[in-house]
Design a protein around this ligand. Structure first.
Ligand code: MF3
Ligand code: CO
Ligand code: CO
Length: 272
């Protein structure tokens, strides 16, 4: 297989799926408070997707090669959990940080996005990790345009995060997305400029850096899905689905409640 180039009509379908994925996060936001369980968030999200949006939660029963089917509709990764945390009956508590990762299928097309939430009043260190990770994702997004290579994106993310004293998880990456949840190419969040695939208009992929406060090493838990930092340091992640346009990029997973892009992204967009 190779990288799919989406047509105009397919891009419209991805715009809709992307916005709907982001709107699930908007809907959940006021519920992410101390005392709520991640299982309750999963139920809220599931019912909103299925009953209100008419979308399918892509994670539910997702079983890529060798994996046990994923048992829930969303991923909730708390504190030292890096990704693919399974919602459970443990209440979130003041100071926790949680990544909520939403993937919807609408009319056969996928939209994939995640945000960090600080529960109650977080520590300065936790808030800084979440903010730096958000900026790191955007340092990658603003690189996207025809002719640029995937290694340029990875390099931008890696150098920014490491300059802040954080580390980049290597084992998981962004991915092409469309009628399949995970398609080619792999989008590494580290790398060397001028290497790997050349971007072309019509490509759609995610950028979703996982950044650890401590060392980059990870471990898998016995549930077959949850990934944690080996040193139990905090980990953060943000994700957008992005389209390569003729002149640059379009973020497909934006909605009314999306946090604003950082200043450097706004400046680049308005100076074009
Ligand atoms: N949404 C995740 C990603 O960004 C994948 C989750 S797979 C699941 O690629 F099965 F855990 F949901
Ligand atoms: Co993804
Ligand atoms: Co995701």
């Amino acid at each position: 297989m190779s990288i799919t180039i989406k047509t105009g009509a397919e891009i419209d379908a991805m715009r809709l799926a992307g916005r709907l994925a982001s709107e699930v996060l908007d809907y959940l936001t006021p519920h992410v408070t101390p005392g709520v369980t991640t299982e309750a968030l999963d139920k809220l999200a599931h019912d909103y997707m299925v009953q209100v949006q008419g979308t399918i939660p892509a994670p539910l029963n997702y079983a890529p090669g060798g994996h046990t089917p994923y048992p829930k509709s969303i991923c909730t990764s708390v504190n030292h959990q890096v990704c693919h945390g399974i919602p459970n009956d443990r209440p979130l508590k003041d100071g926790d940080i949680v990544n909520i990762d939403i993937t919807v299928i609408k009319d056969g097309w996928h939209g994939d996005t995640s945000r960090m939430f600080v529960v109650g009043k977080g520590s300065i260190a936790a808030k800084r990790l979440c903010q730096i990770t958000y900026e790191a994702m955007w340092r990658g997004i603003v690189k996207v345009k025809p002719g640029v290579r995937l290694g340029d994106i990875g390099h931008a993310i890696q150098t920014f995060a490491e300059n802040q004293g954080f580390s980049i998880v290597r084992e998981f990456c962004g991915h092409g997305i469309g009628q399949k949840f995970h398609e080619e190419p792999q989008v590494l969040h580290y790398g060397r400029p001028g290497t790997l695939e050349v971007l072309q208009p019509g490509m759609t992929f995610t950028i979703e850096p996982m950044i650890n406060a401590g060392k980059k090493d990870i471990r898998s838990m016995g549930d077959g899905w949850t990934i944690v930092t080996k040193d139990r340091s905090l980990s953060a992640q943000w994700e957008h689905t992005v389209l390569v346009t003729e002149t640059g990029y379009e973020v497909l997973t934006l909605s009314a409640g999306s946090p604003p892009p950082p200043d450097f992204a706004v400046q680049q967009a308005t100076s074009a």
